[in-house]
Design a protein around this ligand. Structure first.
Ligand SMILES: C[S@@+](CC[C@H](N)C(=O)[O-])C[C@H]1O[C@@H](n2cnc3c(N)ncnc32)[C@H](O)[C@@H]1O
Length: 240
């Protein structure tokens, strides 16, 4: 299982989103991994994802102490079920670049609609050209097993952010941070990647290709127990 063994991620995300006592919207929350980290600081936390399975899993994982302030909803980034100017921050973790290319601009404009004046949109996305990280493995899985170029999509999302912020004359800040993920061993890492791509039919041949991809990235760390591998995150903070 993927573990942020230095436990840095929560502090970094709290520092970026600043949820303390605020109303927060998370877009593309998946199973709620980051939602639970941030909701405990917030006054109210709404997390949406357009994948109903992810939202079902997130709902099953809500800790008792967060039940009265966190809401998971099935909704699209382009049609957020909240009124205008109703949240202090919008947070997207590894989700903005996954919104379809045709909808990314509309999704950002929709986030601006629900954001209060003085609020912030925090977008965390991967590097476009990863080399030594988990994202390098995922990117190679995309190109070798799903036949599309992940870098083109990530690059496109960064251009959309710049275009929309320019059009709305908003302030934009960029930062970077690393998270170091730890896996028990090579097999644990391989199984985590397989779990991240449920849409792929993982036959033996594809598992061999995946093992080669992982070896190409982890290199001499292959036989380490545990294996530590970074993720290099690129953050954009848009202020309204
Ligand atoms: C890589 S996952 C990240 C999940 C979570 N933020 C995390 O870091 O664990 C990207 C998520 O974005 C969601 N997503 C993609 N397009 C979306 C859209 N148009 N509206 C809402 N969610 C979307 C996907 O369903 C997926 O759960």
């Amino acid at each position: 299982m993927m573990v942020d063994y230095q436990k840095k991620e929560e502090d970094i995300l709290v520092g970026l989103v600043k949820p303390q006592g605020k109303r927060i919207l998370e877009v593309g929350c998946g199973e709620g991994r980051a939602s639970f980290m941030l909701a405990k600081y917030a006054e109210h936390y709404v997390a949406i994802d357009n994948d109903g399975n992810q939202i079902n899993k997130a709902n099953l994982r809500i800790p008792l102490e967060l039940k009265n302030k966190i809401e998971f909803k099935v909704a699209s980034a382009t049609n957020i079920p909240l009124s205008g100017q109703s949240v202090d921050a919008v947070f997207m973790l590894l989700s903005f670049h996954e919104v379809s290319i045709q909808e990314q601009g509309a999704a950002l404009v929709e986030s601006l609609r629900v954001l209060k004046s003085g609020g912030r949109i925090v977008i965390v996305d991967p590097e476009a050209y990863p080399v030594d990280s988990i994202m390098a493995i995922c990117s190679a899985v995309h190109s070798k097993l799903k036949y599309f170029d992940h870098s083109v999509i990530v690059n496109h999302s960064k251009k959309v952010i710049e275009k929309v912020t320019r059009e709305f004359d908003l302030k934009l800040n960029k930062e970077k941070y690393d998270v170091n993920w730890q896996f028990d061993d090579f097999n644990d890492l391989k199984n985590s990647v397989i779990a991240d791509f449920p849409e792929i039919e993982w036959n033996d041949n594809k598992k061999i290709i995946l093992a080669d991809i992982i070896r190409g990235v982890v290199k001499d760390k292959e036989f380490l127990r545990p294996i530590t591998i970074p993720d290099h995150m690129e953050v954009t903070v848009i202020s309204k």
